[in-house]
Design a protein around this ligand. Sequence first.
Ligand SMILES: Cc1cc2nc3c(=O)[nH]c(=O)nc-3n(C[C@H](O)[C@H](O)[C@H](O)COP(=O)(O)O)c2cc1C
Length: 401
Amino acid sequence: MTTQLSLSDLRCCQGLLLQWHEEASVDIAELLAGGTGLSLKGQWRALAPHLETPIVLTPAQWALLTALTTGSEPPLIQMQALEQALQELLASALVTYSKPMTQDHADLGPEQWWWPLAAVMHRMSRWHGVDSAHAAAQSQTLDMVAMAGRYGPAPSPAPHVDAALVFLPKPPPDSFDLLLAQRTTCRNFDTDKALPALLFGQMLQRTFAAHGHVQVTNGPTLLKRNAPSGGGLHPIDAYLLVRNVDGIEPGLYRYAPLGHALQPLPAPPEGLDEFAMRAVSQQHWFAQAHVLVMLVANFPRSFWKYRRHAKAYRVAVLDAGHLSQLLYLAATQAGLGAFVTAAINEVDIEQSLDLQPLSDSPLAVCGFGWRSGLMTTTEFDPTGSLWRAPASPPPAQDRID
Ligand SMILES: Cc1cc2nc3c(=O)[nH]c(=O)nc-3n(C[C@H](O)[C@H](O)[C@H](O)COP(=O)(O)O)c2cc1C
């Protein structure tokens, strides 16, 4: 039986992307027949900003989407299959019943301010319940010598230059150089010693506080921070997990940059230790820091101005990077250790903080606290600026990427 579906009231969701996806799998029959033993299977997948994971399209779904987007009649496919496909596409909101969009994008909600490719990339690159420490050990990416054996030589860190080099002056190091030299990602925190509240306040004041602001009439409030921000909009908010600070109740907080104050948030149901481990995807060397800072982008703050802008998401990511470097330097100057990681479980953090992924979502997690005197997890200090040149390699129990 064939069908004559009326498609005029249906439309595809905004930002729908179709992706051809191929996966290799082992094919024993092919191997026994003298082949490589590998078979490639391809499938069309639908991706969209509102989906958490891609949806593999059936031929009937594909036919319906093609008909909808080209305005052509659906091909001669069994009515039952088409109806089922329509129900599935409606259930996943890849297709909706609403009228075609005629409004200007300016009138639509903040979720429509995203550049669609960035929205899909952001949504799909988030992790949920990933154990990156275990995954790294399993994949053997911790052993770079073995990797070089597998992959061949690694790309050189500096471009090869044939032309004569222009050598630059090297002024004698001053106190700023000494500070920079001691900036080393900390993977060894002293959990026995609480962080004084004054030092905690100083870290937040230097890294995240607004040292001035301008209120644009009916427009945004522009903050002056110690780090630059694309458009001066500062979309990055600092959400804190305070673990071990004198006089501050352990828990979750949101930092208010204008008032230099903490807004307490509900405790995560799983407890602080478990939340910390999940946030940094089981990297226990980071979870133990006295303070963890989740760099959460408030996208509407930026996209209000940069609507459907191809660079806006990149700017938010760069903003997070600037803040993390500032946090490293502020910590180093204060005699503390600091870290940043992008190996985070964004979905778990969003759920615990009650955030919506296209509105407020973590881009990285930083942390700071007292350094331990003992290195049990490797740190990268080849010049010995921080740890002093060791006589022999440290007794690393853990390896890092
Ligand atoms: C964006 C970013 C992500 C990082 N993610 C991780 C991580 O997941 N785990 C980790 O142990 N270190 C992580 N690091 C720290 C790097 O491994 C570290 O910067 C690098 O080894 C150089 O060491 P240094 O920071 O001490 O100079 C990250 C650093 C950056 C900038």
